[in-house]
Design a protein around this ligand. Sequence first.
Ligand SMILES: *[C@@H]1O[C@H](CO)[C@@H](O)[C@H](O)[C@H]1NC(C)=O
Ligand SMILES: [Zn+2]
Length: 600
Amino acid sequence: MAKSQPPPQTKSHSKKSVIVGTVVALAGFLFSNRIPPNLNEYTICSKSGAIYTVDETSPQVKCFSVKGDRISDTGTLQEIQARRSEAVGLLTRLFGSPKVTIIDGNAIVVPGLTDAHAHIVENGFKMQLELENCKSISEVLDQVKAYILSHPEVHNDPSKWIEGFGWDQTRWSGSEKRFPAAADLDADPLLKGRPIALRRVDGHAMWVSGRALGLTHDLPEEVEGGLIIRDSKGVPTGIFLDNAMALVPVPAWTDEQMALFFDSTMKAALSYGLTSIHDADTTPAMIAFMKKQAEAGQILMRLYLMGHLDSDEYWGSEIPRLINYGKHGRMTVRSIKLYTDGALGSWGAALLEPYSDKPDTTGIMRSTPKALANLVERFWKDGWQVNIHCIGDRANHIVLDIFEGLIEGKSIGGTVKANVTEWRPRIEHAQIMTMDDLQRMKRLCIIPSVQPTHATSDMWYAETRLGPNRIKGAYAYKTLLRGSPHHVLPIGSDFPVEGVNPLLGFYAAVSRLSVDGTSPHGEQGWYASEALSRAQALKGMTLDAAYASFSENELGSLTKGKKADFVVLDRDIMRVPFKEILETKVLATVVDGKVAYGAL
Ligand SMILES: *[C@@H]1O[C@H](CO)[C@@H](O)[C@H](O)[C@H]1NC(C)=O
Ligand SMILES: [Zn+2]
């Protein structure tokens, strides 16, 4: 097992420089009688005591102090100052006191927020041509036209590919709730003849133009783990699902595009208080790009990448293993992402029984259980954390069978067992599960990595797809926590499928309401018994996400000795009415003790 070690920590002060510093400080003190300010240390206090630590030994504190890139103490200002003078003794005066910042009465501090499941580069890509607010096919066409008209290089070159993201036929009016077709794009004179590929909001379907269809060659009748939608005469209509999307020859992103997409997501994420992102499908090309950025010290927050290659052959040797890598030690690659099924919105989630609103299908599995089991076992043996996308109850069931086999030592001769605490396998989404599998998930200590905004986006059609019984095991976040031995429920957004702002997920988790305050069950929220408490939701976005990335000893709470990643919010999200959670502004985002967004 070739694990690369974290680079040796460079000490910011050698002994020699401390001595020199002391002499200089002493000289400064003697000659000017002025105490030099201490720039390496500071203390943050809240008048109301609204500093939420997510540390169960003291969940709320009045103050905490930061030294270098770590939390150096927590408590009241008096306690912190007393402990500091005791430790530093007479030298306290020579080094000056740390700056004390008292934050405004309504503002609070929480640990830096993590998005435990997102797609960084794709999000930047989406920001170019967003389609998710479109309420009809003609609004999509208008967006694409506006994009062409505002990009002369595209307007003047009809052979240039146009790529968009975010359409969702379930949000369109009446008769348009069907899948769209190439003919819809070709009906517009400005679009006709251009290669266009528009991804569905879940990333599991692609809608292409006639020209793009013309550029595909020798389309097969059947695609394993995918589907080409055809009309009654067998002619492709312009919709490709899951694995079939690979047949559309959209050009690969250039390094320049990748840099643009990456930067725009980083900027947005910091402005919303994210200090860490788990990227849920990082290709070797993206890893190579981010590795260079990390070496140059250009990565502004922590990145936990799940490597991915589209292949049923073992590909663990094709991605580098990196832990706390780069100039600031912020990039880690020790996990991989596998896929099982598609998504619920496009009837691609693999179900045990047929869809309630489409009885001719049970969804799509992208790999056979056997191929998947072989891959999982191989990755586990090679020391990779294995994170698997599972939406439907069939996908979840198959993957739990595979995990159970390894954890209980059934699949490899009954002798070697995977130690689940060391391996920490994750099911990404864990969206629709049978009641038995919800319990099995907990018994085996598999980590469910969930996205509460999926519940509130899907709630308008999920029960139509699933019927009144299966829906009870869907988006069942409270059930996943209740009685769970490790009590871990990392929370993510799956952006760009949902918004980047982590408070959208916090709001959805605690309210089970859409942003306008409604739900199919009214104002009390959709299946409100599955709502999380605010403390559970905050822990899901901090400490639980840290556990899911092997960093609970370094990140996830405001605890002495941990990295100083934190966020100042302008109001108390642990107390304000639901609606106000969405109005909350980030005043400062701090990574490694330094302000990365806003101001302290
Ligand atoms: C699994 O690993 C953890 C952490 O290394 C260890 O404490 C525990 O004893 C191990 N369990 C078994 C059954 O070996
Ligand atoms: Zn995802």
